[in-house]
Design a protein around this ligand. Structure first.
Ligand code: HEM
Length: 455
């Protein structure tokens, strides 16, 4: 029997639109200037006007198609990574991170590095770092005054650097720790200074590599890292150690070969740069928000004193939702691709917007409110809670960061009573990599009655 397909209308299959989504009618330099000073306002204004998909043009970065719709974000995160490149977006960091860095590679080379590193960051492994994290937090908290404001951002940077030195590099004490700490802090200060970042972008990776003072700085820090790698390779207790450098030294490529010194150096530097300022920023926001929300702080204190930690987890999730450390992630299209009902040309970057998707009222009622309870009522969605990005590029250190935030906050809330350092609630401003509290998260951390003694 012949099917009656000639007369009955089939399903309406709409051809995708071939134009880029709408863009603000402003010249590129003006869009760039607004983006660099008032990114959030630009995003909100464009979303109000154009909806969940619009175009922004930023000098030195190219054309970005912003996405705020979870279905389109899912398409990006589950799409073919050979056609959606992420490494190119971070290329400005090449001279510091090096060519083996998992952050900078794409296609099979990226998966090779990612597979080598993934086991070290498995959720269950995190427990091994709990003591190191608690010790770093307590040593730092014990130095703070009880009656005058403390700037959380720099204090939390000290904690997260210490944690990386001990849990990632596996250096615990002595002269080597001091030297490494000083050199790494210098490198991090260099990257996180926004004026230097502009300089790095303008110069480009190749020319920056040839600048003598930059080369000298990097050589100093590399010498220490290579010394550490050599010493650890020969360590008699290598197999029993659980710091990440020791685990990477025991990891092998598919052909059984170990990671080379350059490869190890590049990944250690990547973990330092990707994991230090980000986690410190997340922690600063958590403290800033808690200090201004006494009811939520009270509930957290009760949870830390004798709860099961689920409220603490919800506080961390809500902090990273409301104050995402990173505003967006980028994927550059290698070929034309249909996303969100539009055929986008090769060469543009699609940008799942962490800011915008985290503020969708259909997913998060009263989106501007700090309300950790929402994560007790519903779990975080894979494509609607994306502070760590997603897909095969999802942050390798996501579980590490959430665990570190929970350990540090637990120790802080058990010991100190938080209140704002004064002034209005702080708003996010752009640092080089992260969106930080405008005054560095100033809080007063008074003593708390019945504080637990140090571990
Ligand atoms: C609150 C803290 C952190 C935030 C908000 C954060 C956020 C992110 C984001 C948004 C990405 C890009 C994901 C994508 O493109 O889809 C990323 C990648 C990455 N992060 Fe994190 N991160 C944090 C902490 C850490 C820590 C502690 C480490 C390691 C110690 C780390 C290591 C990495 C690495 C290696 C990548 C590259 C993954 C890849 O390209 O395959 N991050 N992170």
């Amino acid at each position: 029997m012949e099917a009656a397909t000639t007369t009955a209308p089939g399903p309406v299959s709409r051809a995708p639109e071939r134009r880029l989504p709408p863009s603000p009618p402003l010249p590129k330099p003006v869009q760039t200037a607004i983006w660099s000073r008032q990114a959030r306002r630009l995003l909100y204004a464009c979303q109000d006007r154009y909806g969940d998909m619009f175009t922004i043009r930023v000098a030195y970065e190219g054309t970005w198609v912003m996405l705020a719709d979870p279905a389109a974000i899912k398409q990006v995160f589950t799409g073919d990574p050979n056609l959606l490149h992420a490494g190119a977006a971070n290329i400005v960091l090449l001279p510091v991170l090096g060519e083996h860095s998992v952050l900078l590679l794409d296609e099979p080379e990226h998966m090779v590095q990612r597979k080598l590193m993934l086991p070290s960051f498995h959720g269950k492994r995190m427990q091994a770092y709990g003591d190191v994290m608690a010790r770093a937090a307590i040593e730092e908290i014990d130095r703070w005054p009880t009656d005058s404001p403390v700037r959380m951002r720099s204090r939390m940077q000290a904690v997260t650097l210490e944690v990386i030195l001990r849990a990632v590099f596996g250096v615990d004490e002595g002269e080597r720790l001091t030297r490494l700490r000083d050199q790494l802090r210098g490198t991090l200060n260099f990257i996180s200074d926004p004026r230097r970042a502009v300089f790095m972008v303008l110069l480009g990776p190749e020319r920056l590599r040839r600048v003598p003072w930059f080369r000298r700085k990097l050589q100093q820090v590399d010498r220490l890292i290579f010394e550490e790698i050599a010493a650890r390779r020969g360590a008699s207790d290598l197999a029993e150690r659980d710091d990440i450098l020791s685990l990477l030294l025991q990891a092998t490529h598919e052909d059984g070969s170990p990671m080379g010194d350059r490869e190890l150096r590049d990944e250690l530097m990547t973990l330092l740069v990707a994991g230090h300022e980000t986690t410190a920023t997340g922690l600063s926001w958590a403290v800033e928000l808690l200090a201004r929300h006494p009811a939520e702080l009270g509930r957290l204190e009760a949870d830390v004193d004798d709860g099961d930690g689920s409220y603490l987890d919800a506080v961390i999730k809500e902090t990273l939702r409301l104050r995402p450390v990173i505003a967006l992630v980028l994927r550059k299209l290698v070929e034309p691709m249909e996303i969100g009902g539009r055929l986008l040309p090769a060469g543009v970057s699609v940008a799942p917007s962490i800011y915008l998707v985290h503020r969708r009222p259909d997913v998060y009622p009263e989106p501007e409110r700090f309300r950790p309870e929402r994560f007790l009522e519903q779990p975080a969605g894979t494509y609607t809670w994306i502070p760590f990005g997603g897909g095969v590029r999802r942050c390798l250190g996501g579980a590490f960061a959430e665990f570190e935030m929970s350990v540090v906050l637990r120790e802080l809330v058990a010991r100190r009573k938080l209140r704002p350092g004064g002034g209005e609630a702080e708003h996010p401003v752009r640092s080089t990599i992260t969106n930080v509290p405008s005054r560095g998260a100033e809080v007063i951390a008074a003593s708390r009655n019945g504080a637990r003694p140090g571990v």
